[in-house]
Design a binder for this molecule. Structure first.
Ligand SMILES: [Fe+2]
Length: 183
């Protein structure tokens, strides 16, 4: 279950809210204009599963989400534990950026932390298995996969070409606590 921490955007030492209560997390994210839902993610995926195998295992929820949310396509991002290039991959998404389309992620394994810069708040959402989070187009955010990255997430797209990061140039991400891994 996702774990939400809310900070004022100008002071990362002040925690205004910290909760993993489902109603608190989904209610707070809804108020901020973010889609957050819990979906069943109980399918076992073995270490050798490729994109096709993950998509096949979750064909049911993927079809339901496409119908419910208008997603056009889905693919898989998988970071296995111990991946040699994990450090470089972690660094890639650690600076604040936006996209021209929604960034929708359904975590089916492992965890990672989204930091959403909404108004004058930073909302940190640690996503775990079963969490679906959609960051709306144009929302400033960054993502930390932690020091020992391990996750599998199904990515949904509403248009074929929108998922390119536009970096804001703001160094805000450097001032906030990093994600240090699962609790
Ligand atoms: Fe992003």
């Amino acid at each position: 279950m996702a774990w939400l921490t809310v900070y004022p955007d100008n002071d990362p030492t002040v925690v205004e809210l910290s909760s993993s209560d489902r109603m608190v997390v989904s209610g707070h994210l809804a108020m901020a204009g973010l889609l957050f839902e819990r979906w069943n993610a109980e399918k076992a995926i073995d270490d050798t599963a490729d994109t096709a195998a993950v998509l096949a295992a979750y064909a049911g929820p993927i079809a339901a989400l496409k119908r419910a949310r208008g997603f056009q396509s889905a693919d898989v991002v998988r970071v296995p534990r111990g991946m040699p290039e994990a450090g470089a991959l972690r660094a890639k998404f650690l600076a604040e950026h936006t996209h021209e389309e929604d960034e929708a992620r359904f975590f089916v394994e492992g965890s990672g932390a989204f930091y959403l810069h909404v108004g004058d708040r930073v909302l940190r959402v640690v996503c775990e298995r079963g969490d679906l989070l959609s960051v709306p187009a144009g929302t400033k955010h960054w993502f930390d996969m932690g020091p020992d990255p391990h996750f599998t997430a199904i990515r949904f797209f509403t248009r074929p070409d929108g998922w390119v990061a536009a970096f804001t140039g703001d160094v805000i991400a450097d001032h906030f606590p990093r994600y240090d891994g699962p609790r």
